[in-house]
Design a protein around this ligand. Sequence first.
Ligand code: CAA
Ligand code: NDP
Length: 291
Amino acid sequence: MEIRSVGVIGAGQMGNGIAHVFAQSGYDVLLTDISEEALEKAMALIARNLERQVSRGKTTEAEMALALGRIRTTGVLADLGACDLVIEAATEREAVKVKLFEELRPHLRPETILTSNTSSISITRLAAGTERPERFMGFHFMNPVPVMQLVELIRGIQTSEETYQTLLKVVATLGKTAASAEDFPAFIVNRILIPMINEAVYALYEGVGNVRSIDQSMKLGANHPMGPLELADFIGLDTCLSIMNVLHEGLADTKYRPCPLLVKYVEAGWLGRKVKRGFYDYRGEEPVPTR
Ligand SMILES: CC(=O)CC(=O)SCCNC(=O)CCNC(=O)[C@H](O)C(C)(C)COP(=O)(O)OP(=O)(O)OC[C@H]1O[C@@H](n2cnc3c(N)ncnc32)[C@H](O)[C@@H]1OP(=O)(O)O
Ligand SMILES: NC(=O)C1=CN([C@@H]2O[C@H](COP(=O)(O)OP(=O)(O)OC[C@H]3O[C@@H](n4cnc5c(N)ncnc54)[C@H](OP(=O)(O)O)[C@@H]3O)[C@@H](O)[C@H]2O)C=CC1
């Protein structure tokens, strides 16, 4: 099956990046969100990120205009029914995703491939809740999408070989590299990365170090491009906590227990960069550690 049009659900940090790279690779993109404001912000951010690519000589003004012209937004989920491929990138909560797939069901064409950008939730279970489990897959982009090379492809036990092969080709057209992961909680990248972040929060909670010393240690001592707490803020602390909960429940091992301090930050609504406060406070000119 040839994919030409792509529907993206959720215009948050992942949804806007996914729309950006698909439009740049020549696909027609239809982006939706429950919030009109999120759609406006996403379009402004895509334009800004494309401008940055122009200023660094990675793309041209003409290509940028073409890419922006390929992205349309809608507040009506049903409009995505006409797309060849739908990528769900809404909040990391299973109930939200299940409801979205139910709402979309009467509007989808029979051949449309439905995917989720979930960071952790069982693809087999999500697929079972749709009427097209053989055309359902995990399609996991990394943040920031325009920069990160990897895309994880996760097959549920029902996913057909044809669906997998189609998405493998799509990843190649984006100039990215696909990695196949089996459908276990949080797949490969987050199975390893998010417990490392959770451990950094434990180190903070137990007073082994403060925000700055923990981040500096991992940047200078392990050559990570961002410290683990900076990266947690970048991903979103709500998303990190959801992933830890999926690991904890799905693997039933206490080593995945979410750190109580991570829970407390999420309860405070300090979700990281997207709300300007997390382990750092981003409201001033420079990020200031909160501990
Ligand atoms: C939670 C999940 O489910 C899975 C995940 O995604 S886990 C998160 C995975 N991501 C990471 O681990 C990111 C770790 N951090 C990094 O790799 C780097 O800090 C970074 C690439 C984000 C920024 O690198 P940097 O050297 O500090 O910044 P900078 O030199 O300004 O930018 C590097 C490039 O990123 C681009 N960029 C930076 N932030 C961006 C953003 N938010 N959106 C789009 N592009 C961005 C810049 O335009 C630049 O592009 P070019 O190389 O094409 O010119
Ligand atoms: N952050 C990351 O680094 C990564 C995240 N992911 C995954 O991508 C998905 C999105 O994450 P991310 O972009 O960070 O999250 P964000 O919180 O930035 O964005 C989620 C967006 O989805 C919207 N939304 C919520 N419910 C609905 C709905 N019913 N219909 C349409 N839109 C809805 C939200 O609107 P509102 O704000 O109004 O609720 C918000 O705009 C999650 O599954 C996450 O696990 C995958 C890779 C990396």
